[in-house]
Design a protein around this ligand. Structure first.
Ligand SMILES: Cc1cc2nc3c(=O)[nH]c(=O)nc-3n(C[C@H](O)[C@H](O)[C@H](O)COP(=O)(O)O)c2cc1C
Length: 136
């Protein structure tokens, strides 16, 4: 995944990368941080075909699918992190997601990283006053 990403975005026939992507690439190349994939072992990309007449809410569909995956993964002890960054890079380097996982350019997608967590995250759920529920 990382090699494929680096190969595609650093193709000399493409326009120069914006600084924020170039910095990520540089750090990945130097093994000094993986701002895009966060060192995760897996990447889930869910896409939808907006031209399919049966699909009325393509963006919501892909987001909800990832959110459900996140709940399932976390309940099974697998750590997750949304990868919204991939969508931002795709805007600058169109065709990247097609190159990585075969999702055609222009198709809505959502991406989620998953794997074994590198840290234990002690924060609990803040219940006090976090929501106001009115029962009627
Ligand atoms: C739509 C969306 C896209 C995100 N994209 C990224 C991303 O590209 N990289 C990243 O490190 N975190 C990203 N995040 C944040 C993490 O998934 C996570 O929500 C954040 O680290 C807070 O952790 P928490 O869910 O435990 O509060 C994104 C979150 C959302 C909701």
């Amino acid at each position: 995944m990382r090699e494929s990403f680096l190969e595609f975005v650093t193709d000399p026939s493409k326009k120069p990368l914006p600084r924020w992507i170039a910095v990520s690439v540089q750090r990945m190349n130097k093994d000094s941080g993986d701002l895009l994939f966060r060192g995760a072992s897996g990447l889930l990309v869910v896409s939808s075909d907006p031209a399919n007449p049966a699909v009325t809410t393509p963006r919501e569909d892909v987001t909800l699918a990832c959110a459900n995956f996140e709940l399932l993964a976390n309940a099974s002890g697998i750590a997750t992190c949304w990868c919204g960054y991939l969508g931002l890079v795709e805007q600058e380097v169109p065709g990247l997601v097609e190159h990585l996982v075969g999702v055609p350019a222009g198709h809505p997608f959502a991406a989620m990283l998953f794997g074994v967590s590198g840290i234990r995250y002690p924060r609990g759920v803040a219940r006090d006053g976090a929501a106001r529920i009115v029962y009627c």
